[in-house]
Design a binder for this molecule. Structure first.
Ligand code: SAT
Ligand code: MN
Length: 580
């Protein structure tokens, strides 16, 4: 395995700054993974789970102050503030390097620094990209083994001396007071210090594959999106591919692995979190999943909500911050209706019902995609899969109907840009607060979001037949606070309607906000759902919309003249429809 001289030089410089006692280049082999696990079992970073019922599975407990992405400590360090835009935290590159440099300096003294060459995307795909990260966390290395393709596969794919995104990571002291997650899009560079958790530390994921990649994608004419990829197979065996953007911990993993109760219909999983999409030479949008594993939310994953997800984590999985049963098995809220007696919570403390959650609400499993029973046979196709439909979904208790479709690409982009959602435990801060989250990218867009909307509009003009764009909300509630739609496996019924729309056979009704399923068009066969509840789930309330569009106008205002005119026009049109 030989890397380019620039890659070696960059690692040498990282070592000169952080002063580790040794530098180990990772080759991605099984032996390397096993060695890391052994080291972590010895020093207590990992605990072995029941080898009979959960073979190859381990539990990791994070520092209690390091359990979710910390957006307030995440910065885009573009040269110009305007290029980060009003929705990102910004820090000048020089200031960022001074501040974080002080935290990195000699921070790896007495520790090992691993250098990890990794590939995002299938081997041999022109859409794949290389990263090179260094870290002093064995847990991060093992997680990168699962989430990316580490070693020679990455090095083989480098198209030049400097063809890699560089990532410097150190645990620091894990205190949020000395934590910074910094992105330098112009330098293809990430600096992250002070966290060992998920999106803060597995730099291939949110930092590279979304924040840096989205900025590259703007320059190079492709899209890096916070989207699952799914193939929906109809009874004739035809597969239609869809990509769906949804905020963190809002059902992407469950939808990606959905098990259908509709005879003859099934879903194939291609990815659960990130899609990289290119326009091919025929004008077709094609998507790859840059990741190799799932870093999914454990709570509420059960044989009922996600049978494939539950099955795939029964072996070779690293669990983080879940509870532990006396039998040495992982447990989280929702896995079984009742907690087994004698569990200890995510911090290892004895737990009793009523004590609050036993598993941390953002506890996770890390597992290879190939372990998922519904993984698509072509999920690593270097050419990607053709995307016929795009879904924008968010978590809203009210206002937003179960499903509707944009009138065309521009209107669909407007609907995506207008998304708002209730926050979840995936980020530190308050849960359940409504915030704007265009295309579920508010935490992940590496540049000015107004330019991002413009980039989406421009991409549409290059597509021979732009995918249809759908808006969904599984989370609407009735006056008593009960969900109107059963969700989970039944979401397949909504996917079926989308596929029929794409084929041109589904019946719809035109409303001011888009096309909604006509009465009877959504397949509710065998579903115990009173028609009035479905009507309520699909209802568009003019007064609520007018209010929502007013809030949206305020959100758009912060972009000033940078907001693309077609987006402003769609807002004005919608307001006129509702008499505003
Ligand atoms: O912790 S991660 O950022 O990887 C997961 C998420 O918030 O989507
Ligand atoms: Mn995510």
């Amino acid at each position: 395995m030989s890397v380019t001289s620039l890659a070696e030089k960059w690692v040498d410089e990282a070592a000169a700054l952080t002063r580790p006692s040794e530098v180990v280049w990772c080759d991605g082999s099984e032996a390397e993974y096993d060695g890391l696990v052994e080291t972590m079992l010895r020093d207590g970073t990992l605990l072995t789970l029941n080898p009979r019922t959960y073979p190859g599975c381990y539990l990791h407990r994070s520092h209690p102050q390091d359990v979710a992405r910390t957006e307030q400590l995440t910065f885009i360090c573009s040269r110009e503030r305007g290029d980060a835009g009003p929705t990102n935290n910004w820090m000048a590159p020089a200031e960022a390097k001074t501040k974080a440099g002080a935290l990195f300096r000699s921070g790896m003294r007495g520790r090992t620094m691993w250098a990890i060459p990794y590939l995002m995307g299938p081997a041999g795909s022109p859409m794949s990209r290389v990263g090179l990260m260094v870290t002093d966390s064995a847990y991060v290395v093992a997680s990168m083994h699962i989430m990316t393709r580490v070693g020679p596969a990455a090095i083989r794919q480098m198209r030049g001396d400097d063809d890699f995104v560089a990532g410097l990571h150190s645990l620091g002291d894990l205190s949020p007071d000395r934590r910074l997650i910094l992105h330098f899009p112009e330098e293809k560079l990430i600096w992250s210090v002070g966290s060992g958790y998920g999106g803060n530390a597995l730099l291939g994921k949110k930092c590279h594959a979304l924040r840096i990649a989205s900025a590259q994608a703007l320059r190079e004419g492709w899209l890096a999106e916070h989207m699952l990829i799914i193939g929906v197979e109809d009874p004739e065996g035809r597969v239609t591919y869809l990509a769906a953007a949804m905020p963190s911990a809002s059902g992407k993993t469950n939808l990606a692995m959905v098990v259908s109760r509709l005879p003859g219909w099934r879903a194939w999983t291609l990815g659960d979190d990130i899609a990289w999409m290119h326009v091919d030479s025929t004008g077709q949008l094609r998507a790859i999943n840059p990741e190799r594993g799932f870093f999914g939310v454990a709570p509420n994953t059960s044989p009922k909500t996600n049978p494939n997800g539950t099955a795939m984590v029964r072996s070779n999985t690293i669990f983080t911050n879940v509870a532990l049963t006396p039998a040495g098995e992982p447990w989280w809220e929702g896995l079984t209706p009742e907690a087994p007696a004698g569990v200890v919570d995510w911090q290892g403390r004895p737990w009793r019902p009523g004590d609050g959650p036993a598993a941390h609400p953002n506890s996770r499993f890390t597992v290879l995609c190939q372990q998922c029973p519904s993984i698509a046979p072509n999920w690593e196709d270097p050419q990607g899969v053709p995307i016929s439909g795009i879904i924008f979904g968010s978590r809203r208790s009210n206002v937003i109907p179960l499903v509707f479709e944009g009138f065309d690409w521009t209107h669909g982009v407007f609907l995506g840009s207008a998304m708002s959602t209730e926050t979840t435990a995936a980020i530190t801060g308050k849960v359940g607060v409504v915030r704007r989250d265009p295309m579920a990218m508010i935490p992940f867009c590496g540049y000015n979001m107004a330019d991002y909307f413009a980039h989406w509009l421009a991409t549409g003009r290059r597509l021979a037949a732009p995918p249809r764009i759908f808006r969904v909300n599984w989370f609407r509630r009735d006056a008593d606070g009960r969900f109107l739609w059963p969700g989970y496996g039944e979401n397949m019924r909504v996917l079926k309607w989308m596929v029929e729309r794409i084929r041109g056979t589904a019946r719809t009704e035109e409303t001011p906000i888009g096309w909604v399923p006509a009465p009877g068009a959504l397949d509710t066969d065998g579903l115990d759902l009173p028609p009035e509840r479905l009507r309520e789930a699909l209802r568009c309330d003019a007064a609520e919309w007018l209010q929502a569009l007013g809030d949206l106008g305020e959100f758009y205002d912060q972009f000033g003249a940078r907001l693309p005119a077609p987006i402003a026009e769609k807002l004005a049109e919608a307001r006129r429809h509702f008499g505003g």
